[in-house]
Design a protein around this ligand. Structure first.
Ligand code: MG
Ligand code: MG
Length: 260
């Protein structure tokens, strides 16, 4: 499932950035429609159309047999939810993960949205999960190791008593959606693969309000929390650089929509 690490040239990184930006813009299009009553399949249709209108191809559709453009995971669903007839309702949270391929390179990014008014503790889960993503990115630089990223994420969210999902991890990406190294959201400082210029990583904390344990639903895709408490997921694609990671994906367009 994981192709070997491929080191990228600056030109290849530019192409990944183009795909990642398109994913960010796609998620912003989807964000415009998120409100009580909309079905997750309606969101998926808009995303697929937008990606194709921009000269790209959905990255997840058909990947391992996944049927749709978006993975849409509501409340206790962690990741890999299949769009369908479910209508979002006030107080839900919805994690939307999107991939696109353009010029042979993948972009892959995810954001968790609040639908209407959500409970304060759930709002905090979203904020802190997003914070943990940036804590991980801060240490994703030349000379550090994979374990430094996981440690930074885990250290932040466990201080609030949250559960860090172990069964699913971030990854390298490029011409393949999943390349080595795996990027766990937990770990020990100074351990694991050394980070080097030319690596492109998708960092994607999946953080649960309760237990870290998850189970797979009978549909063969959807992962949900074992205790059915809510879960959040944020994902950026980054290029490893000296001193400071280059973030290739963006939440800028999404947050323009939701903070309006
Ligand atoms: Mg993703
Ligand atoms: Mg990913």
């Amino acid at each position: 499932m994981y192709n070997d690490t491929q080191y990228k040239t600056d030109e290849e990184i530019r192409l990944i950035k183009e795909s990642s930006l398109l994913v960010g813009k796609t998620l912003a299009e989807v964000a415009k429609l998120i409100k009580p009553g909309v079905t997750t399949l309606e969101l998926d249709k808009v995303a697929e159309e937008f990606i194709r209108d921009n000269g790209a191809v959905p990255g997840f559709k058909g990947y391992g047999g996944f049927p749709n453009t978006l993975c849409i995971s509501v409340n206790e669903e962690v990741v890999h939810g299949i769009p369908g007839k479910y209508e979002l309702k006030d107080g839900d949270i919805v994690s939307i993960d999107c991939g696109a391929v353009k010029h042979e390179f993948y972009g892959d990014s995810a954001y968790t949205f609040a639908v209407g008014e959500v409970d304060e503790e759930v709002k905090l889960l979203l904020e802190r999960t997003k914070e943990s993503l940036y804590k991980g990115i801060e240490v994703a630089i030349v000379g550090k190791r994979i374990g430094d990223i996981g440690f930074a994420i885990q250290n932040h969210v466990e201080s609030f008593g949250y559960g860090v999902v172990r069964d699913l991890v971030g990854h390298g990406l490029g011409r393949n959606l999943h390349e080595k190294p795996e990027v766990p959201n937990y770990g020990k400082r100074g351990t694991g693969v050394k980070l080097r210029e030319g690596m492109v990583l998708a960092i994607e904390p999946m953080i649960n309000l309760g237990t870290k344990d998850v189970i797979q639903e009978k549909d063969g895709w959807t992962i949900r929390t074992a205790d059915r408490k809510p879960s959040a997921h944020f994902e950026h694609d980054i290029a490893i650089r000296k001193g400071k990671a280059e973030i290739l994906s963006t939440f800028e367009f999404i947050e323009e929509v939701i903070n309006k």
